[in-house]
Design a protein around this ligand. Structure first.
Ligand code: SF4
Length: 127
């Protein structure tokens, strides 16, 4: 079978190894440049089912800040990120918001929840 070469940067850790892959069809038959065994897991996942953690913000009404940072509790399929961000833009929370609150459960049917990553207390008359 004809071999092809692909290059990927492993983003699993800050070292950022440059992976040189030799492919036969969809199979990785050789990999150079990996600093550890996790490189092959990253390359396999990136080629077959690329996923990313997503962080963004959601609007909050009645809080001491107008936005709360949120994040996906685990990586979601990369092709779904644009749709996920569109879903998040539809949301407006009411203060108070607590760290770890589920902002959207099972977003887009991915099985992944979007969680708040900080507290946003309600604005009081004094604040
Ligand atoms: S291959 Fe290993 S050492 Fe290199 S970036 Fe990936 S996890 Fe880090």
């Amino acid at each position: 079978m004809k071999q092809e070469h692909r290059k990927l940067i492993c983003i699993t850790c800050p070292r950022g190894c440059s992976l040189d892959l030799t492919m036969e069809g969809e199979d990785i038959v050789k990999m150079d440049g990996s600093g550890c065994k996790r490189g092959i897991d990253y390359a396999t996942g990136e080629l077959r089912d690329p996923r990313r953690m997503v962080t963004t913000t959601v609007r909050v009404t009645g809080g001491v800040h107008p936005l709360v940072p949120v994040y996906t509790e685990s990586p979601i399929p990369k092709p779904r990120i644009v749709d996920l961000l569109a879903e998040v833009r539809k949301i407006e929370l009411k203060a108070p918001v607590k760290f770890g609150d589920v902002v959207i459960a099972n977003v887009l049917g991915t099985g992944v929840d979007i969680l708040a990553s900080r507290n946003i207390p309600a604005k009081t008359e004094a604040s």
